[in-house]
Write a protein that binds this ligand. Structure first.
Ligand SMILES: Nc1ncnc2c1ncn2[C@@H]1O[C@H](COP(=O)(O)OP(=O)(O)OP(=O)(O)O)[C@@H](O)[C@H]1O
Length: 543
């Protein structure tokens, strides 16, 4: 089961990270402020139009002002939406690349958790969308826009401005209370979502094992329970969200009602106290048309508030991802010299390999022989930067080596297959390989009969599990891929396992040809394959 194993960061650190992740401002908040200014113009148009209709001047300039400002509001709102979406897209792309890069360049031997990666690269990154596109611009605009409305209102009626401002304080207090509760609930909801998606991804990946052990019912129940937990958490978040929107709507309605009652009574001279100001019809209409705009930025902010909570929870998952170190591009050549090398996996008490010293000269073929578990694969993985070098040194062509990746063709024990055609799988390590080179590699790896029997041949599609391929066929694909890549080092991990004697003999001849001119290291249990090596190195008990 996938868990988030680190302590949550402090609020300050989280906010700083979110700000950095959101990057530069793209003027979305500015567009929202322009929308507020256009709303003030619109209210002026309404007020002027009404007084003109009552016979005080021409109507059309006010109508033009009203329509123009209305149209501008539409333009500003659309531009703000579009710019926000573009900015959020860029932020998500950068974070997704970061999540994937952190996984690809994790410490050698550190376990990979596909459920966690899926949750980080998909759910957590997606949760930043609303934060960047809506919440941040809404928060920036909400700090200024109500003040603009207040100043415009005060120019027409200072009493109306005081009434609006008076409802603001209890509203802010209510929102702080509701916001705190919503933050906790939202965090719990996100953890439940993370748990469900990680569990689901893990189980889909291990579906054959689940089916083989008849664990469908148990796993279905577990996923059902996780889904139920998520539903309950979502309902709690919604309840708090409804509560805060009820508070918002109450104070928004109260402010408009107070202004309307005051303006009406002031115009009719029905105020139960001496009028503190003289209000004209135009001023009253202006103030009334503007009153709903006072709470509009807060409404926008409240609508995006959930995005902030989701982003904060996502930040807890994304922040611990370490920045990938740039991989230095070093030209690596033989000889390959290992001095007193030890490989110890994280969490293991005993090293998988210890005190291994070895020199492999350019063009040499070395076979690593040894009982199962003696560390043959670990040595190849260490050279590729996939297993940790815990002690000793490795040097290639006089350069201290961190990884042969990029300089080596590799056929692993569990060949990686991607969803795509057989050709896609072959050209994975050498995308520019031409048709002739592909045909040669296919023939050399003994894939010809399999491709001839398969509709589509090289164009036949595989899924990521390589369903429909035998173990031997998968290894042949991995070998053909390694042969296709003209790298100076060739690393093969049990390339002839799962093959009958005749197929093994044919493949050994192919490997012997492919090894010519390359520095080759082969991990094997097969004495026949080891026989083509210029040197045999025994690991483990057999040493
Ligand atoms: N990722 C890992 N984390 C922890 N221990 C590991 C890991 N990979 C391998 N080991 C351990 O390291 C030891 C050497 O394993 P390795 O696969 O290198 O042996 P091998 O000689 O290639 O075995 P085989 O012939 O069965 O393929 C084993 O005890 C194994 O359990």
């Amino acid at each position: 089961m996938t868990t988030i194993a680190h302590a949550p960061p402090t609020r300050k650190a989280r906010n700083r990270w979110l700000n950095d992740a959101a990057g530069r401002r793209d003027g979305v908040a500015g567009l929202l402020l322009l929308d507020t200014l256009a709303a003030i113009g619109f209210a002026a148009g309404v007020a002027g139009g009404v007084t003109a209709v009552m016979g005080q001047g021409a109507v059309w300039p006010w109508a033009v002002l009203m329509l123009g400002m209305g149209a501008l509001r539409g333009v500003f709102a659309t531009l703000a939406l579009r710019r926000g979406a573009v900015r959020a897209g860029a932020v998500k792309r950068a974070q997704r690349l970061r999540a994937v890069a952190a996984t690809l360049r994790r410490k050698p031997g550190a376990p990979i958790d596909s459920g966690l990666l899926a949750s980080q690269a998909v759910d957590a990154v997606e949760a930043l969308d609303g934060y960047v596109a809506r919440f941040l611009p809404a928060r920036r605009a909400a700090a200024i826009a109500p003040m603009l409305v207040l100043v415009a209102t005060a120019c027409a009626s200072w009493v109306a401005a005081v009434l609006l401002a008076g409802t603001l304080l209890p509203f802010v207090a209510a929102m702080i209370l509701a916001g705190g509760a919503a933050a906790d609930e939202s965090r719990r909801q996100f953890v439940a979502l993370h748990r469900l998606s990680a569990r689901f991804a893990d189980r889909v990946r291990s579906l054959p094992v689940v089916l083989a052990f008849r664990a469908e019912t148990r796993e279905t129940e577990a996923i059902g329970a996780a889904a139920l937990e998520l539903a309950e958490r979502t309902m709690r978040v919604l309840r708090v969200a409804f509560l805060s929107s009820a508070a918002l709507e109450f104070f928004a309605a109260l402010s408009v009602a107070l202004v309307a009652v005051y303006c009406g009574f002031a115009l009719l001279g029905l105020l139960p106290f001496a009028a503190p100001e003289t209000l004209t019809l135009a001023q009253a209409f202006f103030v009334l048309a503007l009153a709903p705009e006072f709470y509009a930025p807060m409404r926008r902010l409240a609508a995006a508030y959930h995005d902030k909570q989701a982003a904060e929870t996502a930040a807890d998952t994304l922040m611990p991802l370490t920045e990938p170190e740039p991989v230095p591009l070093v030209r690596v050549t033989a000889p390959l010299i290992l001095r007193d090398v030890a490989i110890r996996y994280p969490g293991s008490d005993a090293p998988a390999v210890s005190h291994l010293s070895l020199r492999i000269d350019a063009g040499e073929t070395v076979a690593l022989l040894g009982p199962s578990g003696s560390g043959k694969t670990s040595v190849l993985h260490m050279l590729l930067g996939l297993a940790p070098l815990s002690a000793g040194t490795v040097e290639a062509g006089g350069v201290p080596l961190t990884s042969l990746a990029g300089h080596a063709s590799w056929a692993g024990q569990h060949p990686l297959l991607i969803a795509g055609t057989i050709r896609d799988n072959l050209t994975l390590a050498h995308p520019r390989a031409d048709q002739l080179a592909i045909q040669r590699a296919v023939a050399a790896a003994g894939l010809g009969p399999m491709l001839a029997a398969r509709p589509g041949g090289l164009g036949a599609t595989l899924d990521a599990r390589g369903s429909g391929l035998s173990g031997g066929e998968r290894r042949r694909i991995a070998l053909a891929r390694a042969l296709l890549n003209p790298a100076p080092f060739l690393l093969l991990d049990e390339p002839t396992a799962h093959l009958d004697a005749a197929a093994e003999a044919a493949l050994i001849a192919t490997i012997a040809r492919a090894a010519k001119g390359r520095t080759t290291l082969i991990a094997t249990h097969s004495p026949a394959l080891a026989a083509i090596a210029t040197r045999v190195v025994h690991l483990g008990h057999a040493a």
